[in-house]
Design a protein around this ligand. Structure first.
Ligand SMILES: [Fe+2]
Length: 254
């Protein structure tokens, strides 16, 4: 079975497609170990510490928004992560987000490639944002909506309490995120639920939402995706360097 099909079990991909086509949210509850091995704390530690050729950065979430913590005056890279500051933020309990993570493990890469292939009628492009908190005080964004992307969330480690909103009145198009005061004025809670470890959430574009709190150390695998005809598909194939290197050694007799 394809991995993209397995994450929706016991529902089918046809069930997912129906919600997608109708623009409806979907929650699929699963066993706590359902997403085991997709991404581990060790995978995250490796990426946090490998500053090589990074083009998107770990962003710490503070005051309802996120910011990159970079050392822009570093001699060899304008994008070196200020790792001591990130360690301090983690110790202080802030959550962080790792964008551009669709190749962090072979499993995640396969999931994204299968998602893109599932939409044979649209040129779909997926990314992965990992949301990580080390304890119960992990924070999140204010109420907001993501456009134009659809979103699939896999709750890999820990639990997260979600609120999904409906507008009380017309909201200007340019408004994406809301202050708590705007939330009171414009939004009403349509549903509040705990996305437990092993559960999946699908959200259509434009859905106002907020993670209210998290339980335990948590890793949420967020998969945003949208159709874009003119863009190239990301090549997530694996470069078999070890194999090629071994062959080179054999040929040269070293
Ligand atoms: Fe969001």
């Amino acid at each position: 079975m394809q991995l993209f099909e397995a994450v929706f079990q016991p529902l089918s991909l046809a069930d997912f497609r129906q919600h997608f086509d109708e623009g409806k949210c979907l929650v699929v509850e699963g066993a706590a170990n359902k997403f085991d091995g997709l991404v581990t704390p060790e995978d995250i530690e490796r990426r946090l510490n490998d500053g090589c050729n990074a083009n998107q950065f770990v962003q710490v979430i503070k005051d309802g928004a996120r910011s990159a913590n970079l050392m822009s005056n570093c001699a060899w890279s304008p994008a070196a992560l200020n790792k001591s500051a990130v360690t301090q933020d983690l110790q202080d309990g802030y959550s962080f987000m790792m964008p551009n993570s669709s190749q962090i493990t072979p499993g995640i890469a396969r999931l994204c490639t299968e998602l893109e292939a599932f939409f044979t009628d649209q040129a779909m492009h997926a990314d992965v944002h990992l949301y990580v908190s080390t304890n119960d005080s992990g924070n999140s964004y204010n109420a907001h909506r993501d456009l134009p992307q659809h979103k699939i969330l896999l709750q890999s480690h820990g639990d997260a309490v979600w609120q999904i909103f409906e507008p009380k009145k017309d909201i200007p198009n340019h408004v994406r995120a809301m202050t708590p005061e705007q939330e009171q004025e414009y939004l009403t809670i349509a549903s509040e639920f705990t996305l437990k470890q092993g559960s999946l959430l699908y959200m259509p574009p434009g859905t106002f939402h907020r993670v209210v709190r998290v339980t335990g150390p948590r890793i949420s695998i967020s998969i945003p995706f949208y159709a874009l005809q003119s863009a190239e598909k990301m090549d997530r194939s694996r470069i078999p360097f070890v194999e090629l290197f071994a062959k080179m050694k054999t040929h040269t007799g070293n």
